[in-house]
Design a protein around this ligand. Structure first.
Ligand code: MN
Length: 198
């Protein structure tokens, strides 16, 4: 398949005041598009161009992996946020989080700790571990992606500085707080959560 830049699920200004239109425009138009173009240059005309994006993520290493994962991760991240999102989730995803972490407060605390403890660039993922059958948090460096470690991604938060620097400068804690309280798209997370029958 030929990887394409997906449409953003909202307009550039719709995540304001938590993420500015300027941040989103740079992040999507420059960073995401840049990884996509770089990936194209690396795989065009090679057997890799026939693979799905998720297969590129699980079966390659080095530069191809880095760019393929950045394309995958950014698409996932856009979908992980929604205008008017955040707060404690209800429904199946809310129950899964509480039964895995004991309480929403514990989850919130651990999510923030993992995000602040991740040195440098990366992503904090809310994932589902099919073996343990529970919700987990994976803080992964650089272009890390849960598909590498056989976990099912539910929600992604980009913690590269380009994701928040224009709006929060070096204050990652404020960005992390805004993500959970005002941006997280729990409907998307729930749609990614496997159902019990599986
Ligand atoms: Mn990014």
């Amino acid at each position: 398949m030929k990887p394409e830049l997906p449409e953003l699920p909202y307009r550039f200004n719709e995540l304001e005041p938590h993420i500015s239109a300027r941040t989103l425009q740079f992040h999507y138009d420059r960073h995401h598009r840049g990884y996509l173009e770089k990936l194209g240059g690396l795989i065009d005309g090679t057997p890799l161009e026939n693979l799905e994006l998720s297969d590129l993520v699980t079966s390659t290493r080095g530069e191809v992996y880095d760019n393929a994962a950045q394309v995958y991760n950014h698409t996932f991240y856009w979908n992980s946020m929604t205008p008017g999102g955040g707060r404690e989730p209800r429904g199946r995803i809310g129950q899964a989080i509480v039964s895995s972490f004991g309480s929403w407060a514990t989850f919130e605390k651990e999510f923030a700790e993992r995000a602040l403890g991740l040195f440098g660039s990366g992503y904090v993922w809310i994932t589902f571990d099919p073996e343990l059958q529970c919700v987990t948090i994976d803080a992964m460096k650089d272009a890390g992606c849960p598909l590498q470690v056989q976990r099912i991604p539910l929600l992604a938060m980009d913690v590269w500085e380009h994701a928040y620097y224009l709006d929060y400068q070096n204050e990652r804690p404020r960005y992390v707080k805004a993500f959970l309280s005002s941006l997280a798209n729990w409907e998307f997370a729930e749609a990614n959560l496997p159902s019990h029958e599986e």
